[in-house]
Ligand binder design. Structure first.
Ligand SMILES: Nc1ncnc2c1ncn2[C@@H]1O[C@H](COP(=O)(O)OP(=O)(O)OP(=O)(O)O)[C@@H](O)[C@H]1O
Ligand SMILES: [Mg+2]
Length: 493
């Protein structure tokens, strides 16, 4: 006789329970519902259902605690959490505590059935005991990672999963997309969190210096080595070492990192003694490392060692639904840091932010919001208060990934057009001609240092037309705005 499957469904809202029960019940699947955590726990302890699907916000204790209790009782307990909120922290915690999945309520109509099927299948296959440590205390996270887009929810899940392991992690994404923040979060949620997190930028120094920075050196091992030095590997012993911009690591250093990963060993520069390493490595790059391997700039063997787990941070323009949330988070952050009242965003301002391509990603958004808060003249931010153009130009300097930079680097007009087309194709939101018009307008303003007469001439339009364009694209003509005091002077027109 076929075994019946029992699912326990927990949510305070009876409407939701009814809907989900209807979705999931089949002749062989029984769905039992509960509206609070006590009731759910009683049922769980006596009936041992195959799967729990629970809202995180429950009383008298949370869905996450229900997950912990269930998994403490049976390490193979299958739990799917659902939530209308799905904060970063709750998603990471849940995955770390062994939840099978975390689904935001708005995604349920599409995801419920497939996730439940996958969970039941996995449960049938997985009878071997899993080791995990229940961790009830959920501390305040200092630097939150904000995001409700599906792609960021997946990043949070990955953070939760990899924080349990010791495997190296590779984080890729454009400049300013949050790679370091994710690396810190992995450390924070890992068993190593009480030890140090040490970050080193591999692009920032010459080969020999980088080598001694990482591994240390003995006195006199090279000219200028006037004293013994302890390297970052020793400093971060027991903790996490974040190798930023690993795509720029010189070959000699790559070889030494490979040795650490293979044998867990390294030596100080100029020393014979071998030291043991107990460091978890997280690497990040905004280069396309697969391509660097093909071009033989990066060792293939090291690439495979590092690439055990890959977390890809999508550019901000591909997660437009996060922009409002991030902007509000940054407004809150500036307000509390600078002890200012919190400003609000007008709907028009949100739309302007959402339409911006953010080549400098989240960092550019953060800078933009910070600057707007400082310059604001009222407590409601309108598009005119948000200097998108200027901030865009500033962050362009920092952003290697930005398309027009690639175009600038191309030696021919054809090359430039090709680079622009490629950049535009990579972004589903780009409409090529309006986008180009905006890019060229920005460039002209920048090239002429904000001189509108010259910029208009360069673009081949009248000054009046230029002004309309600046307005339409929400570009601030005052490209020199940087750290000016509140109440910036009006632009010259
Ligand atoms: N999802 C996010 N939520 C909140 N803040 C974020 C988020 N992503 C990035 N930030 C903030 O944006 C800034 C840039 O992030 P971070 O330094 O992690 O980017 P990065 O990818 O390492 O950039 P780069 O390649 O230029 O080094 C930081 O101030 C970080 O706190
Ligand atoms: Mg970084």
């Amino acid at each position: 006789m076929q075994r019946h499957t029992t699912i326990l469904l927990v949510d305070p809202e009876t409407d939701f329970l009814e809907w989900a029960q209807h979705q999931l019940e089949t002749p062989t699947t029984k769905v039992v519902t509960a509206t609070n955590a006590d009731e759910a726990w009683r049922f769980y302890s006596s009936e041992d259902p195959d799967l729990i699907i629970t809202e995180t916000h429950l009383s008298p204790f949370s869905g996450i605690e229900l997950l912990v209790k269930a998994r403490a009782r049976n390490p193979n307990a299958m739990v799917i959490l659902i939530s209308a909120w799905g904060t970063t922290q709750s998603v990471i915690e849940s995955m770390k505590l062994g939840a099978f999945d975390f689904i935001r309520k708005e995604a349920l109509p599409f995801n419920l059935k497939p996730v439940v099927d996958a969970a039941l299948k996995a449960q049938a296959e997985m009878r071997a005991a899993t080791t995990f440590k229940p961790q009830l205390t959920v501390e305040e996270h200092q630097d939150s990672i904000v995001g409700k887009s599906l792609s960021m929810q997946n990043v949070f899940k990955m953070i939760g999963r990899v924080s349990l392991s010791e495997a190296p992690v590779m984080i890729t994404g454009e400049s300013g997309s949050g790679k370091e923040l994710v690396a810190r979060a992995i450390h924070h949620y890992s068993e190593r969190s009480a030890r140090s997190f040490v970050a080193i930028n591999c692009a920032a120094m010459p080969e020999q210096l980088l080598e001694s920075e990482l591994f240390g050196h003995e006195k006199g091992s090279f000219t200028g080595a006037i004293a013994q030095r302890i390297g970052r590997f020793e400093q971060s012993n027991g903790g996490t070492l974040f190798l930023d911009e690993i795509g720029d690591m010189p070959p000699s250093v790559q070889a030494k990192i490979l040795r650490v990963l293979q044998d867990g060993e390294f030596s100080r520069v100029g020393a014979n003694a071998t030291l043991q390493s107990n460091v978890r490595i997280i690497a990040a790059t905004n280069k396309n490392l697969d391509q660097e391997v093909t071009k033989k700039n990066f060792r293939e063997d090291l690439f495979y060692r590092l690439n055990v787990v890959r977390i890809v941070l999508p550019p901000l323009r591909q997660r437009v639904e996060d922009i409002r949330l991030l902007a509000e988070y940054f407004l809150q952050k500036v307000a509390s840091q600078k002890h200012l009242p919190r400003l609000n965003l007008s709907e028009e301002a949100v739309r302007a932010l959402e339409a911006h391509p953010w080549p400098g990603n989240v960092r550019e958004l953060e800078n933009t919001i910070t600057r707007a808060s400082v310059l604001a003249t009222s407590d409601l931010l309108l598009p005119k208060d948000i200097p998108l153009g200027a901030s865009y130009l500033n962050s362009m300097e920092a952003s290697e990934a930005a398309a027009p930079r690639a175009a600038g680097a191309a030696a021919t007009v054809d090359g430039a057009i090709e680079a622009l087309l490629k950049a535009a194709q990579a972004d589903p939101n780009v409409q090529l001609l309006p986008w180009l018009e905006r890019e060229f307008t920005l460039y002209a303003i920048k090239a002429t240092k904000g001189n509108q007469v010259r910029a208009a001439k360069l673009l081949g339009i009248t000054r009046a037309t230029l002004r309309k364009r600046l307005d339409r694209f929400n570009i601030s003509a005052d490209v020199s705005i940087k750290e000016e005091p509140p109440r910036a002077k009006e632009p010259a027109y």
